[in-house]
Design a protein around this ligand. Sequence first.
Ligand SMILES: Cc1cc2nc3c(=O)[nH]c(=O)nc-3n(C[C@H](O)[C@H](O)[C@H](O)COP(=O)(O)OP(=O)(O)OC[C@H]3O[C@@H](n4cnc5c(N)ncnc54)[C@H](O)[C@@H]3O)c2cc1C
Ligand SMILES: Cc1ncc(C[n+]2csc(CCOP(=O)(O)OP(=O)(O)O)c2C)c(N)n1
Ligand SMILES: [Mg+2]
Length: 631
Amino acid sequence: MLFIIQALHAAVIVLYRGRSYLNMAEKISGSDAALKVIEEWGVDHIYGYPGGSFDSTMNALYNQSNKLKFIQVRHEEAGALAASAEAKLTGKIAVTFGSAGPGAVHLMNGLYDARQDHVPVLAIVAQVPSTKMNADNFQAIDEEPIFDDVSVWNRTVSSAQSVPAVVDEAIRQAYKHNGVAVVTIPKDFGWAMIDDTFVSNAKNHVDPIYPAPRAESIEKAVELIKSAKAPIIYFGIGAKRAAKELQAVSEKYKMPLVSSVLAKGILEEKYPAYLGSAGRVAPKPGAEIGFATDLILWVGNDSPFSRFLFNPNAKVIQIDIDNEKIGKRHVIDVPLLADAKEALAAIAAKGEELSPTPFYNAALEDKKNWNEWQDSFKNSEEVPLRPEPIFDVLNKTASDQAVFAVDVGNVNINFERLLDIRADQKWTTSGQYATMGYGLPASIAAKIAFPHRDVYSLSGDGGFAMLMEEILTQVKYQLHVVNIVFSNETLGFIEAEQRDDTHQPLSGVDLPDTDWATTAKGMGAEGFTVRTLQEMKDAIKAAAETSKPVVIDVKLTHEMPLTTEHMFLDPAVYPQDQIDEYVAKYQAQDLKPFSYFLAQAGGEQAKSNVVEEKPEAVESTDVVSGASQHV
Ligand SMILES: Cc1cc2nc3c(=O)[nH]c(=O)nc-3n(C[C@H](O)[C@H](O)[C@H](O)COP(=O)(O)OP(=O)(O)OC[C@H]3O[C@@H](n4cnc5c(N)ncnc54)[C@H](O)[C@@H]3O)c2cc1C
Ligand SMILES: Cc1ncc(C[n+]2csc(CCOP(=O)(O)OP(=O)(O)O)c2C)c(N)n1
Ligand SMILES: [Mg+2]
């Protein structure tokens, strides 16, 4: 009996071994399997910073360095910001990582940037070995809860074998929800050898299809446009594939265009009916027009300030692909749940062409007046320098393919107003999250994603100092980025708020004069200090002649940019002494208010710049300009 049992047992073992021999898969480490999936999604580099808990994945990065390049940033925040910027610039998922504990926490600021600007980013977060988790060990923190808010999807891998499937799922979720997916991998799962059987379907991934507009809604929209006296188009980044259609609607129905800040670049700056953005950073025509309109065609725009920037009584037709956004920022009359390109094309195809109205003609004249005023400072020899000559040099020397990585501060105002963006140029900033320190990491991402384009980072002296260690990353990878620092020895954007909004004594905004050129040289980059227009021209020329990263420290005026939020120009609204003070402060003698051009064009004075019922939250808001809601 015993013999029979032993024989059966032996037979089972032979059978089992035979089966497993037949099915035997190749083995791969958990971390190698994770990286293989990332590569299959078309990613060829990954930003991060090593740590002991990430050794297994660093080993895999070493193994696969011919397919997946590791970009060693000098702060995990910069890696996450670079990934976010790259996703904004390319529309593709970008990947970043941090080691357990502090490395993970450092990622947070950059991940929030991706969250707020709705771009797909994968964050791989290391964790101590599974056997050491949850038992008060070195660098062992409960990572999942801290990533909950920032992410659209956030999981800790629970077995080595599932690592590749979980990474694949994370990428799908990041694309689906345009946000941050976080995968936390305990160190031992990264080392463990697993069956190399996972197959990703990345190459068959498809973009979503958005609903077509309803015919009856298009008809209603066209009727409203035709009966309006002062209709405008207000578009956002959601219209990025619809430049032609925006122009078609504008030209057919004679509607001036304004945009969100992020939508700068969808239309070329020189397009005559495009008045720039609305809001605090806006040029004057873009800031004024919203209070003179009676109908807004609101396209792919979710700007948080927008409800303060327009006549609250204006009618609104809103186009958006996301039903959560419909009616969110303004009371609306016609919802169009549809892709911007399709809905605009349908509107353009529908009605008869209209003749230019006094309102439309006034808008074009307003833009001309503003451009001439800005241009009058282009050759200014004022010292310390005004921003206009600096941006004039950039407009003349940057190529048609240039990429601009814009930090947060007054540089947003100056870039918005003074950089004459061209069709093939690209730019990025930290839009809704608005984090200082964005410029340098974003420039690294731009140069890596587009090595043949000329790349500029533009920062204030506050923003530059926040992540300036990333010059070392530019040096390490020989990234020829031209970094321009606008040194005004103040946190200017906040100084202006303290002066103009809250009327308080300046508090905590002053910065010391710093020699950024020497600092850059100490890090292995080229450095130039610019105090005059000629020095700027020389520095840009020298920058083109080196392959090293370059830092150009522009010693800028301490004066703030002209405020279009608290704009005292219209004698029908403001007392003359207030106008005189404003004009003298900003050398604005040649600027005329929109009402002047409207009267010239034979139009009626807009009543709409008087807000009939002030919303509660705008108690301190200037009713004509929609003053600051920034904090
Ligand atoms: C210092 C600073 C100051 C700023 N000041 C201003 C300011 O004064 N004015 C200003 O405008 N911004 C300002 N910003 C930027 C601001 O914070 C927001 O980031 C920006 O206004 C959002 O722009 P958006 O609505 O175009 O983009 P998002 O917020 O990304 O919204 C895009 C919208 O488009 C929709 N969409 C996407 N795809 C499509 C499609 N195919 N068809 C139709 N709809 C689509 C989305 O559902 C969403 O509703 C500032 C930023 C900084 C850093
Ligand atoms: C991380 C972070 N901290 C604080 C702020 C608030 N903030 C917005 S702009 C700004 C000042 C920017 O100063 P600087 O970089 O010198 O540019 P400037 O406005 O002087 O040109 C500050 C403090 C922020 N947006 N991000
Ligand atoms: Mg500054």
